[in-house]
Design a protein around this ligand. Sequence first.
Ligand SMILES: C[S@@+](CC[C@H](N)C(=O)[O-])C[C@H]1O[C@@H](n2cnc3c(N)ncnc32)[C@H](O)[C@@H]1O
Length: 182
Amino acid sequence: MKYEPTYLEMFLTKLAFVFCGKSVYRSFADSLPLEGGERVLDFGCGMGTVAYHVAKKLTNGQLTCLDVSERWLQACHKTLRRFDNIIFLKWESPVLADESYDVVFCHFVLHDIPDCELGKVIPVLAGSLKPGGVLVFREPLRNMQKTNIIKRLIENALSLKNSRITDIPVVGNTLESVYVKA
Ligand SMILES: C[S@@+](CC[C@H](N)C(=O)[O-])C[C@H]1O[C@@H](n2cnc3c(N)ncnc32)[C@H](O)[C@@H]1O
């Protein structure tokens, strides 16, 4: 399985960050239930496109940026260099401390993960939420079968709070859903 991005992929993501930062990434960060003091996990942070906007909101909180890719994590480090409330975490195996986060978000990540791995990853993400914590994802709606697998796995552990479809430039329709841990 490919874990490291090509330099072209990284360059295109940088362009998207510069030119669509507000409309795509900041709008998602703005939709997260944040007051400033939360512990937040960005699962599959990439170069920190959303994390950058979340970090600005966490005046009193802490953001963990997690990725499988060393190259993306290095890029994320660079994007977030001016913040001091960030933990960078390389995802070696699906383990996270239980009940650690108020908010976990996944932005264009889950659709890329093979079904067998999703079956391990999603329970770990759900377990890492504090009671009352929230999991938010935004994923492309190109593959309904994959979307349904993601929804089913999450709904085994968490309750759906709300869901909407939004149209994102280049990507097309995406599903944004918010789940709560009882
Ligand atoms: C399409 S990128 C999205 C990056 C970022 N969230 C954004 O919206 O710009 C998908 C990211 O998920 C990461 N990723 C893929 N599989 C993963 C896994 N099993 N665990 C953690 N991260 C993963 C990739 O390395 C990549 O950084």
